[in-house]
Ligand binder design. Structure first.
Ligand code: ZN
Length: 164
């Protein structure tokens, strides 16, 4: 009598989870001419948000409740990026940026819309800086009524400046 022994050949093929390979966008690729992706880095944005206390720096309204943004907002360039402006390191420095309510639309009930629609006022208050101007030495009227200088490190410095 031959006993047929069957050895169970258990073969375990492990299901391997292959990590999804993400394609890296060519973020570093620079194209001659204008690109939209010329804004401030996340680090700089963080400095601006902290300086502003997560409030609009022009009207003071709160934009963030600690969990997320509650209002439309924008990081506004005081001196416009302009042609080739993004190559100037000052363009995306905290001294050239303001956290304001509103987005790029021209709604004048928001500070961003106000700045865009009332340029004379915006220039007088330092919310806009002419292309040839220096944002670091141009005082800006901020929420609460103080006139300050914005530093490159994301703080307010006192400005000796009298409102005309
Ligand atoms: Zn505002």
């Amino acid at each position: 009598m031959t006993s047929l022994r069957r050895t169970a050949m258990t073969r375990r093929t492990e299901l391997r989870r292959t990590p999804m390979t993400r394609k890296r966008p060519n973020a570093q690729k620079t194209v001659a001419g204008r690109r939209k992706n010329t804004g401030p880095s996340n680090t700089v944005r963080g400095l601006v948000y902290a300086r502003a206390g997560w409030c609009c720096e022009v009207c003071g309204r709160q934009l963030h409740d600690g969990n997320g943004w509650t209002q439309a907002h924008a990081v506004h360039h005081r001196r416009p990026r302009g042609a080739g402006g993004s190559s100037d390191p000052a363009t995306n420095s905290p001294c050239n940026l303001l956290l304001v309510c509103g987005t790029g639309n021209e709604d004048p009930s928001t500070c961003h819309g106000l700045i865009e629609s009332q340029r004379t006022l915006a220039l007088a208050n330092g919310w806009l800086v002419p292309q040839h101007g220096d944002p670091a030495s141009t005082p800006v009227l901020v929420a609460g009524g103080a006139t300050v200088l914005l530093t490159a490190t994301g703080t307010y410095a006192s400005a000796e400046w009298v409102t005309p």
